[in-house]
Design a protein around this ligand. Structure first.
Ligand SMILES: [Zn+2]
Length: 326
């Protein structure tokens, strides 16, 4: 198996969903799922975002409860694997993880549902370690309309706008995956820091509502943001299967439209039922880098796409060091 030449940052996975399963242990190689410690190591991953997504639940306290349970499972996983993993809340934490050769882990909220419409809970989740937040999953919530509500034409709510300001003050990356097009452009207009779109692809190549138009990609680049290219076949090819060269097409297209400084990786591993041929799990990043190199990415570009661009975003978003949360 080809090992990744350049360290990998993956901006999105749903591995937290697996952490309480009886047939899964993060620290050993599993026959299910896409991510665990041996496979992150084999793939050369040095920074992994872990998302909490509760949006398929029901209102009435469920989202908060589920969100907190996921935080707890994530924390226990970090604890159990503390020789190999480091949860990062600040740039100093990231530097320490790199120095110690640990895999840096960043906690993300995919959809603001666990905040139950309370900006005070945003504060609490920040203290719990959340450093990346997408206002919505596919549905409408307190902050904005998700992509499934696009026909209604809704964008950010007043609370969603306030949340974006607070996130920038605290040091939480704004993630615009899943939001409605109107919410997307409104958020770009008011965002004080460069945002991320953690897992999405190019609409020009694959006409899926979750993918970004060239106009969206360009607007994000103007703001200094980055697009995490997803490995989900319906976003790559529009089919249940996709080839590696089709995935590489999305990297090339976004680089051509936005500049290579705005391209990243957002696998969506463990949130997807199928993967791109040859990229079966997190151990396969070396194969992806080889394919990108064959299609013309030079070493500098490979370093940026593999992780350098996301590190730049972290430097422009995350708190420097101790953020007073004890
Ligand atoms: Zn998602």
């Amino acid at each position: 198996m080809a090992k990744a030449t350049f360290p990998i940052t993956d901006c999105h996975c749903d591995t937290i969903l697996l952490l309480d399963r009886a047939d899964y242990r993060f620290m050993r190689l599993n026959s299910t799922g896409h991510i665990d410690l041996p496979r992150l190591r084999a793939g050369g991953v040095t920074l992994q975002f872990f998302a909490i997504c509760t949006a398929l639940g029901k209102p009435g306290g469920y989202y908060l409860k589920q969100g907190l349970e996921y935080v707890n499972r994530y924390d226990y996983c970090l604890l159990e694997n503390r020789d190999a993993l480091a949860g990062i809340k600040t740039l100093a934490d990231l530097a320490d993880a790199e120095k110690e050769g640990k895999i840096a882990c960043l906690l993300a909220l995919e959809g603001a549902e666990p905040l139950e419409g309370s900006l005070e809970l945003l504060d609490i989740f920040f203290r719990l370690g959340v450093r990346c937040l997408s206002p919505t999953w596919n549905n409408r919530n307190w902050f904005a309309d998700g992509i499934n509500e696009a026909a209604a034409g809704g964008g950010l709510t007043v609370m969603g706008r306030k949340a974006i300001q607070i996130m920038a003050e605290k040091g939480i990356i704004l993630d615009l995956a899943h939001i409605s097009p109107r919410g997307y452009f409104e958020a770009l207009e008011i965002a004080p820091c460069p945002p991320l779109v953690s897992h999405t692809n190019a609409r020009r190549l694959c006409d899926h509502p979750r993918n970004l138009t060239d106009e969206q990609i360009r607007a994000l680049a103007e703001k200094g943001g980055a697009v995490g290219i997803s490995f989900y076949p319906p976003f790559v090819s529009g089919q249940e299967t996709a080839r590696l060269d089709q995935l590489v097409d999305h990297f090339i297209h976004v680089a051509a439209v936005a500049g290579v400084e705005h391209v990243a990786i957002g696998s969506d591993f463990d949130g997807i039922q199928s993967t791109v041929d040859g990229i079966n799990d997190a151990s396969c990043y070396g194969i992806l880098q080889e394919a990108l190199a064959e299609r013309g990415f030079n070493e500098t570009e490979l370093e940026l796409v593999s992780g350098g661009n996301v590190k730049r975003l972290l430097r422009l978003n995350l708190p420097e060091s101790d953020c007073g949360d004890a």
